[in-house]
Design a protein around this ligand. Structure first.
Ligand SMILES: [Mn+2]
Length: 316
């Protein structure tokens, strides 16, 4: 059984590196920190390498120990969390490739099973939720600190326990973590409600540009690198913009294009029936049924036209 092998590899490894996907969200950071704190509890030498992450997760226990780079020599074991594809490790996949053994724990249906040991459950709404089971299996005492990291992940990927992917287990785990002393309402406020002033300014720009297609069933907006430079945003300040369109009455699909290094990163959200992961897959991306993304190496005009035309085919 995969979990037995995972346990064996973790117990045998002396030094371990934890990695997660590029542009990490709360599930990526929360899951990574939960595993980081757990491995520390087991007395392991462990590096958590995340080059950049949104400021609002800096309060999570262990966040101050996150490293921008790992060590030069190879690790015994690399554990990759919340990451569907080795390509999404972006510029730091060397730690993964050089490690003697690799483990992939994830919840994306499109996971490419890229590691030696793969524990993937697409029925779980967050990687952090899978980890509750995994960590318990490893005999970890899920304390308040680890629980706080897990809850941050679960809250992020379930939109605060409200997406359809939420299972009865989500609430059972949350109840268990509440019993461990985790302050769920505090985590919720820090993860969801508080935004930076720069994020607020960027939202204003995005709202101003928001337009509708197909009788208001599609919303579209974008931000540019110039906007981010002018406002002086930092990592994660664009989070939440795609949801602004999604939450408008009548919108089935919200599209947000954010200018990145070589083109635009498209984020799509749907409310009822459109599978946006299918749409993003056509452009080499992926994700979940109601939340997905892809990279468009083209101009804003081309990207907008291509995505909107594709989305229109799915609108009833
Ligand atoms: Mn996730």
């Amino acid at each position: 059984m995969t979990l037995d092998s995972i346990k064996e590899e973790i117990l045998n490894a002396k030094d371990i590196v934890i990695l997660t996907h590029e542009m990490p969200d709360g599930d990526a950071v929360g899951s990574s920190l939960a595993v980081y704190n757990s491995l520390k509890q087991l007395g392991k030498t462990v590096d958590l390498v995340i080059p950049e992450y949104p400021k609002n997760f800096a309060f999570l226990p262990g966040a101050k120990e996150i490293k921008k780079e790992g060590k030069d020599t190879s690790y015994d074991l690399s554990i990759v969390l919340d990451c569907s594809d080795v390509k999404r490790l972006n510029g730091f996949s060397n730690y993964f490739e050089q490690a003697n053994k690799t483990i992939n724990i994830d919840h994306h249906g499109v996971n490419t099973m890229f590691a030696d040991l793969n524990f993937v459950n697409p029925a779980s709404p967050a990687c952090a939720q899978i980890l509750v089971t995994v960590l318990e299996y490893l005999g970890i005492e899920i304390d308040k600190n680890i629980g706080t990291c897990l809850v941050a992940g679960i809250i992020t990927d379930t939109g605060g326990f409200k997406y359809q992917g939420v299972t009865a287990e989500t609430f059972e785990f949350a109840a268990g973590l509440l019993n461990k002393g985790v302050n769920i309402s505090d985590v919720y406020r820090k993860v969801f409600q508080v935004i930076t002033k720069e994020a607020f300014e960027l939202r204003k720009v995005a709202i101003d540009r928001l337009e509708f297609f197909e009788n208001g069933k599609i919303s579209f907006t974008y931000t540019t690198k110039e906007d981010e430079e002018r406002i002086n945003t930092s990592t994660g300040d664009h989070e939440g913009i795609v949801e602004l369109g999604r939450d408008i009455e009548g919108v089935e699909v919200s599209v947000y294009l954010r200018e990145v290094e070589n083109g635009y990163k498209a984020s799509l959200r749907s409310t009822e029936y459109v599978n946006v992961a299918d749409i993003c897959l056509l452009f080499g991306g992926g994700g979940h049924i109601k939340a997905a993304g892809c990279n468009l190496q083209m101009s804003l005009e081309q990207g907008k036209e291509k995505i909107i035309n594709e989305v229109k085919k799915y609108i009833k």
